[in-house]
Design a protein around this ligand. Structure first.
Ligand SMILES: NCc1[nH]cc(CCC(=O)O)c1CC(=O)O
Length: 319
């Protein structure tokens, strides 16, 4: 391969710049080539509407993908949870690096934990998935909380707590880690309380499907277990015919007996945003050795969830 700089297309938000910068360093290491960041503005960055109102999936990624397809940039880094499950013609996921903390967290006033929030506390989140699970937990544990739809980047959301408009906001640990604000977390939510979004905490590195040299080089950053796990989670999401703004949580992990890994477990939840109804199920299977096996695990869980009425809890379909 040449020693020309590789062009990495990135959104200009603080989170996107942070994760692109981190991947740029890693890619530079494995390829020996300099990596140059190319800023691209997306519809998701400029729209003032709530994500759920924009509807559809992938508002953040379309502009990046267009730039890749036009050959204006060589590769792009996405938060996997923002990536639509359909892989567009002409592009490929060259690597899914090792996932970091997949949990959701609370940033609350006065260092409060979720379960210590006072009656009537206002918790900001624009995510139907988070609303459904927080409200469901509140109902079954006698908490009196109010979820308030908010939008904006991570700094803006934390700002709602700092300026006293909200008692707490819900965010992803991974995003806070990447922008260096993890210290502001007041409570890490157990995945038994709130299942993360499919793919949460993982990144996807995408490039043109015909760029074999680059695909091979970026492949050095791939973590096969993370890829198997997120493949199962995204297969569940796809089989539920839900989009990335649907109230669907999912997490795949490995079950071990001592040091010996036995199985992959996939947990999933769908719920109404008021938390009054949920379908939450789990399945296990052999640790996938192929993507097809990981996909099958997701489809199997989706079928069981649909048989228990999951479709009726998801509201309007994204497509
Ligand atoms: N919805 C926006 C978004 N997309 C990715 C992350 C960061 C976490 C990740 O990469 O999974 C966030 C912020 C958040 O949900 O708090």
């Amino acid at each position: 391969m040449s020693s020309k700089a590789l062009r990495l297309g990135t959104r200009r938000s603080r989170l996107a710049m942070a994760q692109s910068g981190q991947v740029a360093d890693a890619v530079s290491q494995v390829t020996g080539r300099p990596v140059e960041l190319v800023e691209i503005t997306t519809y998701g960055d400029t729209s003032r509407e709530h994500l759920a109102q924009i509807g559809g999936t992938g508002v953040f990624v379309t502009a990046l993908r267009d730039a890749l397809l036009r050959g204006e940039v060589d590769f792009a880094v996405h938060s996997l949870k923002d990536l639509p499950t359909a892989q567009p013609e002409g592009l490929t996921l060259a690597a899914v690096p090792e996932r970091e903390d997949p949990r959701d967290v609370i940033v609350a006033r006065d260092a409060l934990k979720f379960t210590d929030l006072p009656r009537g506390a206002r918790i900001g989140t624009g995510s139907p998935r988070r609303m459904a699970q927080l409200n469901s937990y509140a109902r079954s544990h006698g908490l009196d909380i109010q979820t308030v739809p908010i939008r904006g980047n991570v700094d803006t959301r934390i700002g709602y707590v700092r300026d006293g408009e909200l008692d707490a906001v819900v965010l992803a640990a991974a995003g806070l880690n990447r922008i260096g604000r993890i210290d502001e977390v007041t409570d890490f939510l157990s995945v038994d309380t709130v299942l993360p979004a499919p793919g949460q905490g993982a990144l996807a590195i995408e490039c043109a499907a015909d760029n074999a040299d680059l695909i091979a080089a970026l492949g050095a950053l791939d973590d096969p277990f993370t890829r198997a796990a997120v493949t199962a989670e995204r297969s569940l999401l796809a089989a539920l015919e839900a989009g990335c703004s649907a109230p669907v949580g999912a997490l795949a992990d490995l079950l071990a007996d001592g040091q010996i890994v036995k199985e992959m477990r996939l947990r999933g939840i769908v719920g109404t945003t008021d938390g009054s109804r949920t379908v939450q199920l789990s399945t296990t299977g052999p640790v996938p050795e192929t993507y097809d096996q990981a996909m099958a695990l997701g489809r199997e869980l989706a079928a069981e969830m649909l048989a228990q009425g999951a479709a009726g809890l998801m509201g309007e379909r994204a497509h």
